[in-house]
Design a protein around this ligand. Sequence first.
Ligand code: CUA
Length: 414
Amino acid sequence: MPRRHSRFVRIFGTIVFSIVAVLFAALIINAFMNGGKPLTTLVPKGKYSQDIQNLIIPVFAIAGVVFVGVMAAVLVISWKFRERDGDDPDEFPEQVHGRTVLEIGWTILPALILAGVAVGTVITILELNKKPENAIHVEVTGQQWWWQYKYDVNNDGNFDGPEDITTATELVIPAGREIALTTASNDVIHSFWIPGLNGKKDAVPGITSPLNMQAKDPGIYRGQCTEFCGLSHANMRMLVRALPADEYDRWVANQLKDHAAQPAGADAQAGRKVWESLCAQCHMIKGINDAKLKENPPPLVSGVAPNLTHLMTRGTFAGSIYNLYTDVQSTYSGSNGDNLGTDPTNVAAAGNPGDVLFGATVDSEKVNRTYLEAWLRNAPAMKPMYAQGGRGMPNLGLTEAQIDQLVAFLETLN
Ligand code: CUA
């Protein structure tokens, strides 16, 4: 009776074990090989993610040797000492309890392995948290459901001066430079994570936490909020745009400018009036309503909505889930602004502002009107939000004419 049962368990167990082992191996190989996945942690793109990688590889190798060794021993032993025809089912195997050499061996060996792993881990943690020299300081604030970035451009320890920058959705950095971030939150706990550039750091209300970052090369690095923060947690993405140093300087110079009223067409002028009556209660455009908004903060849980002064210099909007431009600068195939939002593989696509990044005039032809209009028409339909509760953008009930005017005005925000 027990014999049939144990044989079944043995065969079934071997099959399940083999399948799990093969799947696990395939998963690991895929993760290391596939650099095209924007959120892989195993393809480092900067100094800090490289430090983490340098720890992961040896620890993973040690764990792999232990795993394979233990599993092989289990298989060999269960085969070698299996119950055979004619064995007495009540016979008790010889016990090894009390063999001093074995006991000491399997106590000391794991202790040594773990001590080795601990040394490497502590060294890496210290390395990741070292205060970088000559860094650019950026204050990162998580809000439902987007990220705000404040740059201390003149490095005076204050992030709100006239010489500083407040922007949203996209973190623009110069490649090669050290970036010293601090994370914080205005509402609930979020977590800031750009897997190509460093590990995660929680953004906690009332607490600021340091996080260093450096990108080896210019490029787009994607991230995703990784602490559940309510309705649109999954739609709270980050995009880091690493530029060559000279382009970064041009970007900064443009961001420091106030909104300059341009000789705009009638639509844009009407759009500005709509913006001032409906949008200006929450959003800020430096040079239009900054003073007023500081006196009367928005009736939002976070007290802040994305700063729109240089909206069109960003490639994405709405928590970096929609492209602002239709021609996509991306190494990922099949990506264009038109189907972004319904095709999850388009997470990798980042809109390309081109020279607007440095303040050039916006080419209306290139703007992703479909999504921008849809957003203005009914934002909560484009991204689940809870505007009645002060979280997110409401449906403002705009007419189609007002939407056209608003788009024309927004296009002047370069
Ligand atoms: Cu913010 Cu999840």
